[in-house]
Design a protein around this ligand. Structure first.
Ligand code: UDP
Ligand code: MG
Length: 323
């Protein structure tokens, strides 16, 4: 993509859903951090309003009027954070793009360090949470298990405890934009893209306003998306398991035949029958379910629908839309 002279150096990309109380604080604090960098090429804050039903858009509008470097694209409905991030990457004008949550759990002060590491020649500088004490114990545990499972199964290894807070060079942004899949598991896409990567550690704090938009069900869905979009191992597992069970069943059948020859027929084998039926039933349902997960995703991909729909844009885009 051609970057014109008006392009800012940094785009801070902020997906928001129902965050009216968080906008002002965010713009003030992040704006101050960005100003303090004294980058001659400047910066922009790009909000993606992900179908908010409260006054989030009005709050962003107000912030835009006081500082035109605050821009926003508003989606036609809630598409989810991953889609909102994709929308933001498509509309970001910066030479580097930094996705950041509006709740300021990730300290914006780290941006300075990220830019410094970028100048040293890194294309991706991802933030790693040094402690997750602000997350509840079950969340930490499930996150931990998830990262392990994902990295064991998937070819796209994602760095553990790295969130979406990271710096992306324009090169990387354009690669991500060129990926055609509808299912946007961002961490997986970032990992797939490669490039020179560096980590910066930081401490994560409590959400200061509003509430989390991710319950365990949403996180579970995200985890499934992550694994099924990056790995086909769960599909193959069933062939192996099926083979194993079949061999076991054959051996057992041989044993039964032999026993009948030696001892004669005994009491009808109700327990063993029942066990076999239930076991095979379970295994088959499970493998059908796994197949279904993948078939469902194929369906979504083949529809070729857009990842998101823009309803309104606030603040002039500084670049042509086409990649
Ligand atoms: N978010 C979004 N769309 C959604 C859900 C969340 O754009 O459907 C935004 C949300 O407003 C916030 C960011 O994604 O800026 C992270 O959400 P949250 O802080 O609730 O997640 P957590 O930190 O609890 O994982
Ligand atoms: Mg949060």
């Amino acid at each position: 993509m051609m970057m014109n002279d008006a392009s800012p150096l940094i785009t801070v990309l902020v997906p928001v859903k129902d965050e009216e109380d968080a906008i002002r604080t965010f713009v003030d604090r992040v704006g101050a951090v960005l100003e303090a960098l004294h980058e001659p090429q400047g910066w922009e804050i790009l909000f993606v309003d992900d179908g908010s039903r409260d006054n989030t858009l009005a709050a962003i509008m107000a912030a835009h009027r006081t500082d035109p470097r605050v821009r926003c694209i508003s989606l036609s409905r809630n598409f989810g954070k991953e889609a909102a991030l994709s929308a933001g990457l498509d509309h970001a004008a910066g030479q580097v793009v930094i996705p950041l949550d509006v709740d300021l759990q990730d300290p914006p002060e780290v941006i300075g360090t990220m830019v410094a590491r970028w100048r040293e020649g890194n294309d991706v500088v991802y933030g790693v949470r040094r402690n997750r004490e602000t997350d509840s114990f079950p969340k930490r545990l499930t996150a931990d298990l998830y990262y392990r499972a994902h990295n064991y199964l998937s070819a796209d290894k994602i760095p553990e405890h790295a969130g979406d807070f990271r710096l992306l060079d324009r090169k990387v942004v354009d690669v991500i934009r060129s990926m055609p899949e509808r299912n946007r598991f961002m961490k997986g896409l970032f990992a797939w893209a490669g490039f020179r990567q560096a980590a910066v550690e930081y401490d994560r704090v409590q959400r200061n306003v509003g509430t989390t938009k991710f319950n365990y069900w949403k996180l579970w869905t995200l985890a499934l998306d992550g694994i099924t979009s990056g790995s086909t191992l769960p599909l193959r597992v069933w062939s192996y398991l099926g083979g194993l069970v079949a061999v076991g069943a054959l051996v057992y059948a041989g044993f039964l035949v032999l026993r009948t020859f030696i001892h004669g027929g005994d009491v009808p084998g109700y327990p063993s029958l029942m066990v076999a039926i239930l076991f095979f039933g379970g295994v088959q349902l499970l493998s059908l379910g796994v197949l279904g997960e993948y078939v469902g995703r194929i369906l979504v991909e083949t529809k070729h629908r857009p990842i998101y729909v823009v309803r309104e844009t606030i603040g002039a885009s500084l670049q042509p839309m086409a990649g």
